[in-house]
Structures are given as structure tokens and as C-alpha cells.
Design a protein around this ligand. Structure first.
Ligand code: SAH
Ligand code: SF4
Ligand code: F3S
Length: 483
């Protein structure tokens, strides 16, 4: 096992690249120039991008004002579905062309497409300087140092993720992501994540708490603990309690970090129904800062499809989890992910998914049509469904999700909800926006009191009671109650 983190990247020489890759950084000498990061995919990638931006800034790069002006362009990529992967290639095509007339440009592909494709990305886009998988995000500086020496670098080998000593450059000053477990040990038959994110690696509770304390000291108010399967937190860490239980679980972690001063809200994602425990539900109900919002993907409303997906639970188990959550937290918001048109999914099976959405009454559901992914079992199954069926099911389910979400939103009308202000509404500078504890996006006037302009505006980080006046499927608006 590599626990030192000293493994070197696989290096390959440029296959007749159009520009000498090493020229990229040395050309800028001390000032190092400007960088641009585009992030695709999930919160894990967003968190990695913030850390990589922090590393670039500590190396002397500054953020570019536009992608086409940047001296270093980094795409942090996603390959969860084919369309996500294809998007990356179209972005890369543009930059490769730019590099042909501007050889000092440094081009980096990070994230899940980088991990999946590795060296073959260099064959496809010879202009690339660096291809790096998600486990190497914290090593961006070392990898760029190799690029500076004139190498084209591919870093995709299994790697023990080091505790990061660089300060992330975070997009928000209020809501922060904190990784608690990297990777995924599940083997859902449709999913590319385990092969691109590697084995589960939990961070130590002390490191997580320390990061949260640092964020609190900078004024952050809300923390989202992140993991692809966050309920697996701690199962790779040693330790058994005197009662014979695993010492490190998500429940224990929530209890351990709950009293970090200054942090007002704690969220976590993504939950797996197979591992979601009653003990966790009870802890969420008892711990004030843990918000009443649960993102628990169910993927299908049919037991046979769930079995084919290798999800390891039944629809009934899912129902019982939601029932238990609602017993303890009657107003909790529930969101989920679902896949339609999985190989072999019959119309009747698909209708069970629709029925479950209606029955549970989800606040939000992320929907996707099944997309065959490399190195996943389901991609090779013969009973793939047609594009027409995919489109038809997706459209129908999206309409249902919106109707159900709208019905759930209605309960907020006239209520007062606590909103954490995240910033100005980009579409209306007279409004600020934030989220309720249940994660509904909420807009309200920026002026504390329009009749008394001297009171100024609500600021990012303010916790405000807002009376909800207008409800939409996925957002709310209202007026601040206390000024
Ligand atoms: N770890 C989380 C989600 C990871 S990926 C979980 O276990 O639920 C995010 C979502 O993308 C998944 O929940 C799933 O709904 C969707 N997804 C993953 N692979 C897919 C594929 N091959 N085709 C379509 N959707 C997919
Ligand atoms: Fe993919 Fe399943 Fe792991 Fe989620 S739990 S990341 S769907 S393999
Ligand atoms: Fe995409 Fe990788 Fe996340 S494939 S969804 S960016 S883990």
C-alpha cells in the first residue's frame, strides 16, 4: 500500500505534440500568469477545484478574467454520463486550437475523464500538458513542476490522498464543502465512480474538525460534509467501541464536529439507503445544527431493477427510512437521484418509479436517462433501451418531479423560514438569495428596510427570518421578518 504519497506520476513523452509542453510555465518566469478552472460534475469535483485553485494561487498564479485570456486552463471533468464526457472534448478542442498559436498556454485535464482515459487523452489531444486523476488533486503543484521541466505528465495511478496543507480558494465565503470520505467501494452496475475515484479513504475526525474550525474562523456558517457514499464514512478506519460497534461512523462524526463554534448549519451528502441507519436519523433529529434535508438517491422504484443495479436494498427498506425520518422530523425535505431506462426496464417497472415519486412526495429529484459507461457491467447487457424510450421516460418523469416539488413547496406559503444569505441574486441586484434549512433556494429584498435606506443591505452570512410569499417548484420568495 502506498501511504507515503511519494509515488511518482507515470510520465510519457509527448507524441509529437504541436507545442513543447514545458515551455508553458517557464515562459512566465516569476509572475506565473493567470489561471482558469472550469468544473464539471458533482460537489466532489467542486471541492477539488477549490483546492486546486488554492494551490495555483499559492504558486503565484492569479485568477484570469476570461477563459480565453488565461495562461493556464484546467478542466476538472466528469464522466458520469456520456454527454458529460463529450462536453469536455468540445471544450478541449477550442483550447487545443488556441495552444497551436500560443505555445506558452498550459493545458490541464483533471478529474474523472482524466482518470478514465489516462494516456489515451494525450493521443486524442496531443496539446495537453497534464492529465491528472481526482486522487492527485492535492499534488497539482508537484505535477506542474514536472510539466515545467518539459514533460507531458499523466498521473492516474492509485494514490493515497494526502491531508492538504494548502488553503482552498473557495467560491463562497459562507457555505463550505468538507470532504470526509473519498472514493466508493460499491459496485452499482451502471456506475463509473468506483473506477475513477478509487477505494474509500476516510479522513480522520480530528482533521475534519480542524478544517471546520478554520472555516468558522473565516466566517463560514454552513458546512456540507461530502462523500460519494457518506454513510460508509469510517469503515476503513480502525477502532471498535466497548459496545462492539465501529468507532468511526457518520453519526459519531456528526456528534464530534457539531459544537464547532460559528458553524450554524451542517449538511451531508450523498446518503446510500443500504447503509442509512436509525441511529443516524436520531442523531440528525437531536443535533440542532444538522439541517432537515436528506439527499438519499433511490435510483428505481422497482425491486428487480434495484437488484440488477446491485443497490443492495428494496423499495420497502427505502420507504421505512423515509417514514422514520418523518416520524422524527415531520417537515424534513427529501431529495433523491433516479435513473430511467436502465437496461431491460419494462414500462411497468418504470411506472413503479413514477408511483414512488408520487407516494414519497419528494422535494426534488435529479433525474437521468441511463447512459452506458466504460468498464461497467450494465453497459454490456444486451437489453439496452432505445434513445426514443429514454427521451420519452425522462420527459414524463421530469414533469412529474416538477409537479410533486411544486406541491411540496406549497407548504411554505405564509410560513417564516430561516434563510442563510449566500449573496446577491445574479438576475436581480435588488434581491439577495440563500437557502432554507430544508435547502429551498429563497429570494428576498436586499434592503434591510426599504423605508430606512440607512440600515443598509443584508449581507452574505446573515441568518434572516423570511416570511414566504411566493412559492415555485424549486424556489421561494418573501420578505425579511426581523430587520
Ligand atoms: N454516490 C451517489 C451518486 C453518485 S453519481 C449514489 O450512490 O447515489 C450521481 C447520480 O448519477 C447517481 O445517483 C445516478 O442517479 C446517476 N448516474 C450514475 N451513473 C449513471 C449512468 N450510467 N447513467 C445515468 N445516470 C447515472
Ligand atoms: Fe456509484 Fe453506487 Fe458508488 Fe454511488 S454508491 S458512487 S451510484 S457505485
Ligand atoms: Fe462526475 Fe466524477 Fe462526480 S464522474 S459525478 S465528477 S465523481
Amino acid at each position: 500500500m502506498a501511504e507515503t504519497g511519494l509515488m511518482t506520476a507515470t510520465q510519457s513523452q509527448a507524441p509529437a505534440a504541436a507545442a513543447a509542453p514545458g515551455a508553458a510555465i517557464s515562459a512566465q518566469a516569476s509572475g506565473r500568469g493567470s489561471y482558469w478552472i472550469t468544473t464539471f460534475g458533482c460537489q466532489m469535483n467542486k471541492a477539488d477545484s477549490e483546492r486546486m485553485a488554492g494551490i495555483l494561487e499559492s504558486m503565484g498564479y492569479r485568477e484570469a478574467s476570461a477563459e480565453l485570456e488565461a495562461d493556464l486552463v484546467l478542466y476538472n471533468t466528469c464522466t458520469i454520463r456520456d454527454n458529460a464526457e463529450q462536453k469536455v472534448y468540445s471544450y478541449l478542442g477550442r483550447q487545443a486550437q488556441r495552444k497551436r498559436s500560443n505555445p506558452s498556454l498550459t493545458l490541464v485535464v483533471a478529474g474523472c475523464v482524466a482518470q478514465q482515459e489516462g494516456e489515451s487523452l494525450l493521443r486524442r489531444v496531443p496539446e495537453l500538458d497534464l492529465v491528472m486523476g481526482p486522487q492527485h488533486a492535492n499534488r497539482l503543484d508537484a505535477l506542474l513542476a514536472q510539466v515545467e521541466q518539459g514533460q507531458q505528465v499523466v498521473a492516474t495511478e492509485e494514490h493515497h490522498i494526502l491531508e492538504d496543507i494548502t488553503t482552498a480558494r473557495r467560491d463562497s465565503s459562507v457555505c463550505g464543502w468538507v470532504n470526509v470520505i473519498y472514493g466508493c467501494n460499491e459496485r452499482c452496475t451502471y456506475c463509473v465512480v468506483p473506477s475513477v475515484r478509487g477505494k474509500e479513504q476516510s479522513r480522520l475526525p480530528e482533521a475534519i474538525r480542524l478544517e471546520m474550525e478554520g472555516l468558522a474562523a473565516q466566517g463560514f456558517k454552513e458546512i456540507t460534509l461530502l462523500g460519494q457514499n457518506i454513510d460508509a464514512y469510517g469503515r476503513d478506519l480502525p477502532g471498535i467501541t466497548p459496545e462492539g460497534r465501529r468507532q468511526h461512523t457518520l453519526t459519531d462524526l456528526l456528534q464530534f464536529v457539531h459544537d464547532v463554534q460559528g458553524i450554524e448549519r451542517i449538511r451531508f451528502a450523498t446518503s446510500h439507503p443500504r447503509y442509512f441507519t436509525e441511529r443516524l436519523i436520531d442523531a440528525c433529529a437531536d443535533l440542532d445544527k444538522v439541517c432537515e434535508h436528506f439527499h438519499i438517491p433511490f435510483q428505481s422504484g422497482d425491486d428487480d431493477v434495484l437488484k440488477a443495479m446491485a443497490r443492495g436494498y428494496t423499495v420497502d427498506r427505502y420507504r421505512r427510512i423515509i417514514e422514520r425520518i418523518r416520524q422524527r422530523m415531520p417537515d424534513a425535505a427529501i431529495s433523491a437521484d433516479v435513473i430511467v431506462a436502465f437496461p431491460g426496464e419494462t414500462d411497468a417497472q418504470y411506472r413503479r418509479t413514477l408511483a414512488l415519486i408520487e407516494e414519497i412526495g419528494f422535494d426534488q429529484v435529479n433525474t437521468a436517462a441511463y447512459s452506458p459507461r466504460p468498464n461497467t457491467p450494465a453497459a454490456d447487457w444486451p437489453d439496452q433501451l432505445s434513445e426514443a424510450v429514454k427521451v420519452e421516460r425522462l420527459q414524463e418523469i421530469n414533469a412529474l418531479v416538477e409537479r410533486v416539488a411544486r406541491a411540496r413547496s406549497a407548504r411554505y406559503a405564509g410560513r417564516s423560514e430561516q434563510v442563510l444569505v449566500e449573496g446577491t441574486n445574479p438576475k436581480n441586484p435588488d434581491q439577495v438569495m440563500g437557502r432554507t434549512r430544508s435547502n429551498r433556494l429563497t429570494f428576498f429584498p436586499a434592503a434591510r428596510n426599504p423605508a430606512q435606506p440607512e440600515l443598509g443591505h443584508w449581507q452574505a452570512g446573515d441568518l434572516v427570518a423570511v416570511r414566504i410569499e411566493a412559492v415555485r417548484a424549486f424556489s421561494l420568495s418573501g420578505q425579511a421578518v426581523d430587520r
